[in-house]
Design a protein around this ligand. Structure first.
Ligand code: GTP
Length: 331
């Protein structure tokens, strides 16, 4: 299927870190470059105050009164479905409440991406640098762990509110963040101001060049921090593969069982060359599960692989090889 897919970005970050500030800038950027943005906002309260910050012509879906990751599963999926079908935006930003666990949201978005023309492109995390330092000094509690999770998931990290920190504090915050996520592109920001091309580049799945960025300049001078791994397999959160040919079920099962440890979750809807039915497959905690399904409507064969720091190219070429082998067999 050649349907153009809607890019989805997850905006994560702790309460008050600067997500909405970033979102308004990103919306302006996409609107000005002629692309239609839409927003899904999730607020714990019953009123969405942040929504007031978003221009009224931007389609917005609000999930109020609970946190996405705790509320009944499916709400986010329905919101994505409605926006995708009724508004046909080019980009959807999901701004989660500060207390959401991004892994849950990733799970739900990728579930939806199996049946909707959407594709999760990146997780962008905004960190309140001062808050992070305070927590690291005083507590090891739940909040701290959640912040850590939000940082680990990110493809792009904004260390925000750096105006409130002295140079020592900046270094300390950077070291913390780098320890948890050495792969994401890191930007020091004030009021979430970044070069929006960095976000546009995430859409193409391109490695953002670290050359000349603040991260790099900042890198010099403190030992042990200069080893940022900017290799080919940058931080991949989700890789989506659309199949052009049915693959052999046994070969596919073997492929999944040999996925690197770093791929901790995978799921998909597949047509196999050697079975009559279509299957939904799930892979979690290294366990695989296949269930026969009959999807409604025109659903492509697709698989999503979720993990940290794995080689997207290896997964892609492995699957392409399976497709080629099955196609050759059929001839
Ligand atoms: N000093 C300072 N204040 C900032 C900066 N960025 C954002 N703020 C302020 O921090 C507050 C929270 O910013 P928001 O963008 O609403 O944060 P948020 O992450 O969307 O907050 P929630 O919706 O509550 O999760 C606002 O008052 C901003 O003006 C910054 O870089 N420096």
């Amino acid at each position: 299927m050649t349907t153009k897919r809607i890019t989805v970005f997850i905006l994560s970050g702790f309460l008050g870190s600067g997500k909405t500030t970033l979102l308004t800038r990103a919306i302006d950027y996409f609107t000005e470059s002629g692309r239609k943005p839409a927003v899904i906002m999730n607020e714990i309260g019953e009123v969405n105050l942040d929504g007031q910050m978003i221009a009224s012509e931007v389609p917005m879906s609000e999930l109020l009164g609970g946190c996405i990751c705790c509320s009944s599963r499916g709400d986010l999926g329905s919101a994505l479905h409605e926006l995708a079908m009724n508004e046909q935006p080019d980009v959807i930003f999901i701004e989660s409440t500060g207390i959401a666990n991004p892994l849950e949201i990733i799970d739900e978005v990728t579930d939806a991406s199996l049946i909707l023309p959407i594709e999760l492109k990146a997780v962008i995390t905004v960190v309140d640098a001062m808050h992070l330092l305070d927590l690291s000094r005083t507590s090891r509690g739940k909040t701290f762990r959640l912040m850590q999770e939000q940082i680990r998931c990110a493809n792009l990290l904004l260390l925000n509110k750096t105006d409130l920190l002295d140079p020592m504090g900046r270094q300390e915050a950077e070291a913390l963040v780098r320890d948890w996520n050495p792969y994401a592109h890191l930007q020091f920001t004030v009021f979430s101001v970044i070069d929006m091309q960095l976000i546009a580049a995430l859409e193409d799945g391109e490695r953002v060049s670290p050359a000349g960025t603040e991260t790099e300049r900042h890198e010099h001078g403190h030992a042990g921090q200069g080893h940022h791994h900017h290799h080919t397999h940058s931080h991949v959160m989700a890789y989506t593969h659309y199949f052009e040919h049915a693959v052999d079920s046994n070969a596919f099962e073997e492929f999944v069982s040999k996925l690197p440890q770093e791929v901790y979750r995978a799921k998909g809807i597949l047509t196999f060359s050697d079975t009559a039915s279509r299957y939904m497959f799930q892979f979690a905690y290294r366990e695989m599960d296949f269930v026969k399904i009959t999807p409604q409507g025109n659903v492509p064969d697709v698989a999503v692989f979720i993990g940290e720091n794995f080689s997207k190219d290896d997964v892609r070429s492995g699957l392409l090889a399976l497709e080629a082998a099955a196609a050759a067999e059929a001839e």
